[in-house]
Design a protein around this ligand. Structure first.
Ligand SMILES: Cc1cc2nc3c(=O)[nH]c(=O)nc-3n(C[C@H](O)[C@H](O)[C@H](O)COP(=O)(O)O)c2cc1C
Length: 192
């Protein structure tokens, strides 16, 4: 099962966060990083990172911005907004090429081993339908905004229709922050 989390890394005193889909396996975590992101670049040389289990809205925020009020465990950044954060040491890096409908992409498969974890005092909010839709918008956003990914016109049209449809529902059911984040994604894509 893929778990959508926020991965935080640090390189040259700069903190970074990104939504990433990870696999948990006992004390290990596996993630597939596409070439071109800061997370890829940071973990090419850095050995430590945090996996942050967060409310869905934080996944959308992480795709837009690296700014945060980071906390640190032995110089590893993690998010104040997490329910819990797990700290890992990289124990394996594998480099592969994968072919998908977006073309051939270079991937780094990272395996991390847990060194510690912290549980924070954040209380879950009731589920709002905009939560899931905003995460779906963030997935499409990260593909459409990525210049390394070539998307054919039909797929682009379908993704654009989907993202607009999700926005129209978010406007009806979401809170102010959901709407603002959705608007920022659409504006950045020149769709608003
Ligand atoms: C829900 C979600 C899951 C994602 N999963 C991955 C993933 O598993 N691997 C990856 O390389 N990018 C993934 N992405 C895309 C990255 O988050 C995106 O490229 C991001 O801009 C990278 O940020 P960075 O440059 O700060 O590292 C995902 C995006 C979303 C919204």
């Amino acid at each position: 099962m893929i778990n959508e989390v926020v991965v935080a890394t640090r390189k040259n005193s700069r903190d970074n966060k990104a939504p990433i889909g990870v696999y948990f396996k006992d004390k290990k975590v596996i993630m597939h990083l596409f070439f071109g992101s800061h997370t890829y670049d940071n973990l090419l040389t850095e050995d430590y990172f945090s996996v942050n289990v967060v409310p869905p809205i934080e996944i959308a925020k992480a795709v837009l911005d690296d700014e945060d009020d980071y906390l640190y465990y032995n110089n590893i950044p993690y998010l104040k907004s997490s329910y819990y954060a797990i700290f890992y040491k990289v124990v394996k890096r594998e480099f592969v090429y994968r072919k998908n409908k977006f073309g051939k992409s270079r991937l780094m498969i990272i395996e991390g081993e847990e060194i510690n974890r912290v549980y924070l005092n954040n209380i879950p909010k009731p589920y709002n339908r905009a939560d899931g839709l905003l995460v779906e918008m963030a997935v499409i956003y990260s593909r459409l905004a990525n210049k390394n990914i070539k998307i054919d016109e039909n797929d682009k049209k379908e993704m654009t229709n989907d993202i607009k449809k999700y926005f129209s529902i978010i406007k009806k059911v979401g809170g102010r922050e959901h709407k603002q984040l959705a608007e920022t994604m659409l504006r950045n894509l020149n769709l608003l």
